[in-house]
Design a protein around this ligand. Structure first.
Ligand code: ZN
Ligand code: ZN
Length: 95
């Protein structure tokens, strides 16, 4: 089940969705860190419609003080990347 969801989270085999496995909503793949507190994301849906958008970084701090900040954008669905139990593999902000 999780594997199937992950495989849907690719755009053109080039950009991987950074969100945890999800079955609704749009996928978001990080393209580039463009500003100190914002980044360029590729946002697409199952129909293949994609757009590049600049989104502010997620402002929610980790519950554990020495953990890395969340890699996602402000207002993202699902869990924060510092909530590692929600992720099937280690998430890197730069991958
Ligand atoms: Zn996705
Ligand atoms: Zn977050």
């Amino acid at each position: 089940m999780l594997t199937a969801l992950w495989s849907a989270c690719w755009f053109g085999r080039a950009v991987r969705c950074q969100l945890p496995p999800h079955s609704t909503g749009k996928h978001h793949g990080l393209l580039a860190e463009t500003e100190p507190y914002a980044a360029l994301w590729l946002r697409w849906d199952e129909g293949g419609t994609a757009e590049a958008v600049t989104l502010p970084d997620c402002p929610v701090p980790p519950l554990v003080t020495d953990a890395d900040a969340c890699c996602l954008y402000s207002g993202h669905p699902e869990r924060h990347t510092w909530d590692v139990a929600a992720y099937s593999e280690e998430t890197s902000c730069t991958s």
